[in-house]
Design a protein around this ligand. Structure first.
Ligand SMILES: [Zn+2]
Length: 260
């Protein structure tokens, strides 16, 4: 599966959206369709059935074979060709479970709380704080992060840490909830060890706790590419994914890539 296009700013993004309305604006639920079939780019099932759980199509067109949603299947399509040691900032999700078979040399981790040291194994899960990880300099080929960076207390520090642990020509491949604001801004930060709320608190689902208790620290804007460059990455862009054959419809999944 190939991306519909690459964008580095709002005008390039709008052009891709306008050219692909036939896929992006599809709304199967409005027509009463709750299941579709197609090719799953995550598990490879070519006649997969996908259940549609809500009209948040990015999060909800779920493969019956591997449980991956639209966003995860897009990321899987993008990372299929990545080789070497990948660091996944997830360990217990459907995507991580699947990739642990496909990407044998990779590391899978979760953030399990402030009480642990990066690199510790807790109940079979490796804990890593991406603000201060246990990984060596230049030790991984890519960092894979799906909707995690908004929950990290300081996005730029996380990106600098990724830069440190990436090999030359390594990359971060990530998704974030992107709201299309002009500038990235903080919803909250940490002051003197305590959470300082700047905007109204917003929480997302947390695969570790199973509850909606992951605080959002950052709202992302169109300076996302400049931030990557500021942190030392030479190429910063996004790829747009959608496609009817792959049951990626009703949405456009942007995958951000920072290349070292
Ligand atoms: Zn699948």
């Amino acid at each position: 599966m190939k991306p519909l296009g690459i964008y580095k700013d709002k005008s390039e993004f709008v052009k891709i959206v306008n050219e692909n309305q036939h896929v992006i604006s599809k709304s199967p639920l409005k027509k009463g369709v709750k299941e579709i079939t197609g090719n799953c780019s995550a598990c490879g099932d070519q006649k997969a059935k996908f259940k549609i759980l809500s009209d948040n199509y990015r999060e909800s067109i779920i493969c019956n074979s591997c449980d991956c949603n639209t966003r995860n299947r897009s990321v899987a399509a993008r990372i299929n060709k990545e080789e070497g040691k990948l660091l996944f900032l997830e360990a217990i999700t459907p995507l991580a479970r699947l990739m642990s078979y496909k990407k044998r040399d990779s590391i899978f981790c979760e953030y399990l709380g402030d009480n642990y040291k990066s690199g510790e194994i807790i109940g079979g899960i490796r804990h890593e704080n991406i603000l201060d990880s246990s990984l060596e300099d230049q030790s991984v080929n890519a960092v894979i992060s799906t909707d995690v960076f908004e929950h990290v207390a300081d996005f730029e520090t996380a990106i600098l840490e990724c830069f440190r642990i990436l090999k030359p020509n390594g990359k971060i491949i990530f998704t974030i909830p992107f709201r299309g604001e002009e500038e990235t801004s903080k919803r909250a930060d940490i002051k003197n060890g305590k959470i300082n709320y700047i905007k109204e608190a917003e929480y997302h689902g947390n695969p570790v706790s199973g509850a909606s208790d992951s605080l959002v620290f950052t709202d992302f804007g169109w300076d996302i590419f400049e931030i990557g460059k500021r942190c030392g990455f030479k190429n910063c862009y996004a790829e747009a994914y959608a496609g009817e054959d792959f049951a990626i419809i009703g949405t456009l999944v942007g995958i951000f890539i920072y290349e070292k």
